[in-house]
Ligand binder design. Structure first.
Ligand SMILES: C[S@@+](CC[C@H](N)C(=O)[O-])C[C@H]1O[C@@H](n2cnc3c(N)ncnc32)[C@H](O)[C@@H]1O
Length: 391
C-alpha cells in the first residue's frame, strides 16, 4: 500500500469507530477484508488510527471536523506534514481536499479540548492530578512505551537483555520495578522471539509490575488474585516465590489463556470460579486489581477515553467497593488485602480506600502509592489494607 492508501484506510476505520464500533473490532475487520495489506501496512494503519484516537478532540479541531478525514488532516498538520501530498485523489489515496478543508481548522481551545479529555471528566481529572494534570493528559496523547517483565523464576534482567539482543531486540532496565525492561528497538519482533515464546519475558507495563513488587509475599502463603483477568499480575506474583496461588475472575472466560501462559512461564496457578471460591477457604493475601476507568492506560486503549460515561464511572465506583467488601470475607485473620487500579482518578483510588476504611474497622490502610503517567509508566494506584490488630 502507498502511504496515501494507508491514510485512506485509517480514515475509513476512524469513521466506523466514530459511528460507535469498538476500535479493535474495526481494525480486525479491516485486516480480514484487506488481504492485499502486508504486516507493515497493517502496523501503519493501526498506528494512524490509534494516534488519531489518542488526540481525537484536538486533532478534530486542527483538522476542521470530527470525522475520519478531519482527524487524519489534524494528525498530519500537527506532525508538520503537508496533507496535500497525500490527499491527491489518485489510486487509493484520500480525495483531494475541499476549499473548506483547506481553510478549515483552528487551534484547540485550552482546557478539556486541548488536553483531549471529555468535558465532563476534565474537572475531576484536574482535581485528581493537580499540577500534573496537563502533563498527564499530554502523555495520554502519545504511544505507550513497550515494557517487559523479566520472569525472575527463569532468568535475571541481564540474562533477558542478552537473550533479546540475540534476536535483534534492544531493551534496558526500567527504574519503576526491578523486573521491568523497556524495549528501545525491535518491539515488533517480540511475539516471535524465543525469549518471549520460552517465557523469559512477558509484556507488562512497569507500574503494573511495581504494584506486585509492593506486595509483602512470603513463601508458603495462600494467595488469591481475586480479579485476575488475563493473569498478568498472577504470573508476576508466581515468579516471586513458592505460594499456594489461586486466580479468580467474575468473568471466568477471561482466565482462559492463563493455563497456557502459566505453563510457558513455569508457574503453578489454580483457577477458581466464583462457586469454587466459596469452598476454597481463606487466604493470607488477596489482590483486588479492580475494574476501573482505565484512565492511567488510555494511551494503550484510547477508545476507552471517549467511551467512558459519568454513569459508567459511578457504576465502577460501586463495583470496586463491592469487590473490597467481598474480598474481606475471604481474608484469613492477620491477612493483607491489596487494592489496585490503572486509574489516575482520586475517586477510584485514595477516596475509594477512605470510604472503605470508614465502613470497615477490621482492616486499615497501611500503604498507598500512585504511579504517575509522567514517570514513564502507565498511571497506577495501589493500597494495602492490613488486619487492624496486626497493623
Ligand atoms: C483490571 S482487570 C484485571 C487485570 C488483571 N489483573 C491483569 O493484571 O491482567 C479487572 C477484572 O476484574 C473482573 N471483575 C469485575 N467484577 C468483578 C467481581 N465482582 N469479582 C471479581 N472480578 C471481577 C473483570 O472481569 C476483569 O477481568
Amino acid at each position: 500500500m502507498t502511504p496515501a492508501a494507508r491514510v485512506q484506510a485509517a480514515i475509513e476505520c476512524l469513521d466506523r469507530i466514530l459511528a460507535g464500533a469498538p476500535a479493535e473490532q474495526v481494525l480486525t475487520a479491516w485486516g480480514r477484508a484487506s488481504r492485499f495489506a502486508g504486516s507493515g501496512d497493517r502496523a501503519v494503519v493501526r498506528d494512524h488510527v490509534f494516534d488519531g484516537l489518542r488526540a481525537r478532540r484536538s486533532l478534530a479541531a486542527i483538522g476542521g471536523g470530527e470525522t475520519g478525514r478531519g482527524i487524519m488532516l489534524g494528525l498530519l498538520r500537527r506532525n508538520g506534514e503537508n496533507p496535500e501530498n497525500l490527499f491527491t485523489g489518485g489510486g487509493y489515496a484520500p480525495e483531494v481536499m475541499s476549499a473548506e478543508e483547506r481553510s478549515g481548522g483552528r487551534e484547540p481551545v485550552l482546557g478539556a479540548e486541548a488536553a483531549d479529555i471529555p468535558d465532563w471528566l476534565w474537572p475531576r481529572f484536574e482535581a485528581s492530578l493537580g499540577d500534573e494534570a496537563l502533563a498527564a493528559a499530554e502523555a495520554l496523547k502519545h504511544r505507550a512505551p513497550v515494557h517487559l517483565r523479566v520472569n525472575i523464576a527463569r532468568t535475571d534482567p541481564s540474562g533477558a537483555i542478552a537473550a533479546l539482543a540475540r534476536e535483534g531486540i534492544a531493551a534496558q532496565p526500567h527504574p519503576a520495578a526491578a523486573t521491568a525492561l523497556e524495549v528501545t528497538e525491535g518491539a515488533r519482533k517480540l511475539r516471535n522471539a524465543a525469549a518471549y515464546r520460552d517465557g523469559l519475558v512477558e509484556l507488562q507495563d512497569a507500574a503494573s509490575q511495581a504494584v506486585v513488587e509492593t506486595l509483602p509475599l512470603k513463601d508458603g502463603m495462600r494467595v488469591l488474585d481475586y480479579c485476575a483477568g488475563g493473569g498478568g499480575k498472577t504470573l508476576a506474583i508466581a515468579a516471586r516465590g513458592r505460594f499456594d496461588l489461586f486466580a479468580h475472575d467474575a468473568a471466568p472466560q477471561r482466565l482462559n489463556d492463563l493455563p497456557a501462559r502459566a505453563e510457558r512461564a513455569g508457574a503453578r496457578i489454580k483457577l477458581l470460579d466464583t462457586k469454587a471460591l466459596k469452598r476454597a477457604g481463606q487466604f493470607d493475601l488477596i489482590l483486588c486489581d479492580v475494574p476501573c476507568s482505565g484512565s492511567g492506560s488510555w494511551r494503550r486503549a484510547p477508545d476507552g477515553k471517549w467511551r467512558l460515561t459519568e454513569a459508567q464511572l459511578t457504576g465502577l465506583l460501586v463495583t470496586q467497593a463491592a469487590i473490597l467488601d467481598e474480598a474481606v470475607a475471604l481474608l484469613a485473620p492477620g491477612g493483607l488485602l491489596a487494592y489496585a487500579t490503572c486509574s489516575v482518578l482520586q475517586d477510584e483510588n485514595e477516596e475509594q480506600i477512605q470510604r472503605f476504611a470508614a465502613r470497615n474497622s477490621t482492616l486499615s490502610p497501611v500503604f498507598q502509592k500512585r504511579w504517575s503517567l509522567t514517570g514513564g509508566t502507565d498511571g497506577f494506584f495501589a493500597a494495602h489494607l492490613a488486619w487492624a490488630t496486626t497493623a
